[in-house]
Each structure stands twice: as structure tokens, then as C-alpha cells.
Design a protein around this ligand. Structure first.
Ligand SMILES: Nc1ncnc2c1ncn2[C@@H]1O[C@H](COP(=O)(O)OP(=O)(O)O)[C@@H](O)[C@H]1O
Ligand SMILES: [Mg+2]
Length: 425
């Protein structure tokens, strides 16, 4: 057998591991990274059923890259780095947690066998999370959370305890929810999905391995009969060349659809300030907003001193953006926010700048004339977060960034608590 020396300009080292559908190579010139080379191979039933399928490696490679680009854009911590060649990609080198993390929205497949009486299509809210120990010889047995913790896995120096299991479970569900929302844009129902985690050399838990058409059930229009995932292959009793062609065409269709999963509205968050003196406060709003992926404009205009101009700028934005939020920053008496709010049907958030007189001044933002519905917050981060929540109603990437941020904050608190507990013991 000829041994590969290089792929996509990357010099290959030893094979770290070879599985059913991929080979993982060390990259001696890129420390801490590895190259995953997809095979033209499709397998099912723990590898009992297996066929060569020319072109599958390239389709899987692109599918996986597109999915991971979406997830990276939301802030999920992943091992994926970039595509290296038509059939290979670069990843952070991980020691893998030997668990398959499965999320289900609807009951189907093996869940029905393991849970007799539950009808197919039973909807899980929140999504059902299950874990399976990766062990082909024993058909990947289902493991409880307690079994995972009792195994005391030490992965790249990191002991897998309750905190780590909780983190992976939460990321698993979040990844499912993000991709479910993404696929909804193409009227496709994500039914269930499997992912894996690895730990890098710094002890970070990363979403690793791949997510492609082998990883999920995907039903266009929510109709099982239209399934376009690997289940079509699993269901085949006798596999003909024509069958394999159908499976491959489905996989290629999924890969192409992924190009259309970008949010399809053009949003804008406009921060109006009554005076250039408010710029520092407004820049904080803009920074927090941009970190959440918001497209933020800063404008200076006074509703008291240049009313027509203020309304004109507002109308220009109304004309060009589908999803729009105005943030009004005005010191002393806030005429800006209420005037905007009284003349638009888009949301207005007042965020008065810091001042010794804030306690008096804030009433001009709170006690608005009848017929007005603007909101008021005092911290720049709060204004950006609220704007993101509004835009997130129509833009799943912004929604996802908020969810990832919440998860990161909760995880950081838990880590701080653990450190403190360990100190005081
Ligand atoms: N970033 C990574 N670093 C190291 N190993 C990885 C990484 N991503 C995936 N792997 C591992 O690569 C192996 C090969 O993949 P695959 O062919 O899918 O194997 P399997 O047959 O076990 O599913 C798997 O054991 C998987 O856990
Ligand atoms: Mg695999």
C-alpha cells in the first residue's frame, strides 16, 4: 500500500488513528494540529455494512466544513480549523472523549426499540440527550451520566467529572438547536444528531470529529418519506449501484443546501446620540453589539435641536433594513428616544449616559407620553444585549451567540466556584 507523504501542501506524519470513514494524520510541521482525511466509504451498523462510494469523501469534507463554519461563527469552541484539500481538513489535535453525544427532537429509530410504547414522532422539549460509549464490538452501548463519571476518563490530562459532563451535555443540546434553526431556513427538520468531543493539549473541551450527513437525520418538510441522510443507506436490504447513487445525490444536495443557511435578513442597530460628548458611552454599546455579531451604526443628532434631521435619518434606515433597532443616548432630558419611538414602529431602547444627575434625568426616559413604548436600560452592555435579543428573533446566528455567551458565563462561574472550593478544602 502506498503511504501518503503530503496532502494539500501539508507534510504528513504518522497516522494517529484510522476509523471507518477517516484517517487522522499527525502534522509534524503544525504542532498541536492534525489532518483528517475522509475516505470514499460509507458504513452502517458499526461497520457491518460497508461500501465504497466514489466522491463521498469530498462531499463529506465540504458538508463538515460548512457546518463547522456556522458553529464557529456562533462562538462554540470547536477543533475545526480549515479545509486542507478537497477531501481533508485541519483540526486541533485532540484526545477524544470516547462518547457519542446524541440529541433527539423527535423519537424515531433506535430510541423506539429502547423505549417501547413511545410512538414514532414523539416530540422532546427540550431535546432529549443520550450518551453512548464508543465501542463497535459491543454496538456502542448506551451509558448513563453516572457511568461516564464512574469511568474516570482522563483525557489529555483532564479528568471527566460532573462539571465536564454537564458542559458537554449543554453544548450538545445547543449545537443541535443552532443547526435545527439553520435547517429550518430551508424547511428541513433536523430530527436527531450525533457529535463527539475532544480535549486539546491545553485541557480545553472542544467540539471535534465531524458533523456531516452521517451524523444526523434530516427530513425535508418534516416528512420522513423525504429523508436525505444516511438512514436511506441503513434501510437498504440489497445495495445496488443505483441505490448508492441515490444516497450520494442526497448527500450532495445537503452539501449544496448548506450554502443557503445564512440568515436572510439585513439587520441594523443604530445608536443615536444627542451630542458628541456621549461618544464614549455609545462606543461601549457598539463594541458589545459587534461582539454579538450586530451591524451597528453610530449617529449624532439632537431631537430637540434638529428634529427634522433626526426623523430623516431614522426614515432612511427604515427604508433600507428589514430588522432594525434604534438605541437613543441622550443626557439631561431625553427627547431623542421618545421622539424616535413616537414616529416609528421599530423598537427603541433608551440608554442614557452616566451622569451625577442620572436619577433625576432618567424620568425623561421612563415617564413617556401615552402611545409610546420605548424601553430604558442604563448599562451599555444591556442595551446591546437587548438589541441582540430583538434581532435574534429573525437571525439565528445572533440568537446563537447570545446562547453561547450565556453558556460561557455559567461555565466560567462554575469554574470559579470549583477553584474556590478547592482552595478552602
Ligand atoms: N480532532 C481530532 N483529533 C484526534 N482524533 C480525532 C479528531 N477528530 C476525530 N478524531 C477521531 O478520529 C477517528 C477516526 O474517525 P472515524 O473514521 O469516524 O472513526 P470511527 O470509525 O471510530 O467512527 C475517530 O476515533 C475520531 O474519534
Ligand atoms: Mg466516526
Amino acid at each position: 500500500m502506498s503511504s501518503l507523504k503530503e496532502v494539500g501542501g501539508y507534510k504528513l506524519g504518522n497516522i494517529i488513528i484510522e476509523g471507518k470513514t477517516k484517517k487522522v494524520y499527525d502534522l509534524p510541521e503544525v504542532p498541536g494540529h492534525c489532518l483528517l482525511l475522509n475516505k470514499d466509504r460509507i458504513t452502517a451498523g458499526d461497520g457491518v455494512k460497508a461500501h465504497d462510494m466514489e466522491g463521498k469523501a469530498a462531499i463529506s469534507n465540504q458538508t463538515n466544513a460548512k457546518v463547522f463554519e456556522i458553529l464557529k461563527a456562533t462562538g462554540i469552541k470547536t477543533a475545526f480549523v480549515k479545509i486542507a484539500s478537497p477531501t481533508a481538513f485541519i483540526s486541533k489535535k485532540c484526545e477524544m472523549v470516547p462518547i457519542e453525544w446524541v440529541t433527539r427532537r423527535l423519537a424515531t429509530g433506535s430510541f423506539l426499540k429502547r423505549n417501547p410504547g413511545v410512538p414514532e414522532g414523539f416530540r422532546f422539549t427540550p431535546p432529549k440527550q443520550e450518551t453512548f460509549f464508543k465501542d463497535d464490538a459491543n454496538h456502542d452501548p448506551q451509558w448513563s451520566e453516572e457511568q461516564i463519571i464512574a469511568a474516570k476518563f482522563k483525557i489529555n490530562g483532564l479528568l471527566i467529572e460532573q462539571d465536564e459532563v454537564d458542559y458537554m451535555r449543554k453544548v450538545t443540546i445547543l449545537v443541535f438547536e443552532i443547526l435545527e434553526k439553520a435547517w429550518a431556513l430551508r424547511d428541513c427538520a433536523l430530527i436527531d444528531m450525533k457529535i463527539e468531543f475532544g480535549v486539546d493539549s491545553d485541557g480545553n473541551i472542544l467540539l471535534a470529529d465531524v458533523i456531516d450527513s452521517d451524523s444526523w437525520r434530516l427530513w425535508p418538510s418534516g416528512d420522513k418519506r423525504l429523508m436525505v441522510d444516511k438512514q436511506v443507506y441503513r434501510n437498504l436490504a440489497n445495495v445496488t449501484a443505483a441505490d448508492l447513487d441515490t444516497v450520494k445525490r442526497n448527500f450532495a444536495w445537503v452539501k449544496d443546501q448548506l450554502d443557503h443557511l445564512k440568515p436572510n435578513i439585513h439587520h441594523k442597530v443604530v445608536v443615536f446620540m444627542g451630542s458628541p460628548a456621549d461618544q464614549e458611552h455609545c462606543q461601549k454599546i457598539a463594541k458589545a453589539g459587534r461582539e454579538l455579531g450586530l451591524d451597528v451604526d453610530l449617529r449624532i443628532t439632537s431631537a430637540h435641536k434638529a428634529t427634522e434631521e433626526t426623523l430623516h435619518i431614522m426614515q432612511q434606515y427604515e427604508d433600507t433594513h428589514g430588522a432594525l433597532v434604534f438605541i437613543a443616548v441622550a443626557g439631561r432630558s431625553n427627547g431623542l428616544g421618545p421622539v424616535l419611538s413616537g414616529n416609528t414602529s421599530y423598537p427603541v431602547i433608551n440608554c442614557p449616559p452616566p451622569s451625577d444627575k442620572l436619577v433625576q434625568d432618567i424620568w425623561s426616559s421612563l415617564s413617556v407620553p401615552s402611545g409610546l413604548g420605548c424601553a430604558t436600560v442604563i448599562y451599555p452592555d444591556s442595551a446591546a444585549l437587548m438589541a441582540a435579543q430583538i434581532i435574534g428573533l429573525q437571525d439565528y446566528l445572533v440568537w446563537a451567540r447570545l446562547r453561547v455567551k450565556q453558556l460561557d458565563m455559567a461555565t466560567a462561574l462554575r469554574a470559579a466556584d470549583k477553584k474556590l472550593r478547592n482552595l478552602s478544602v
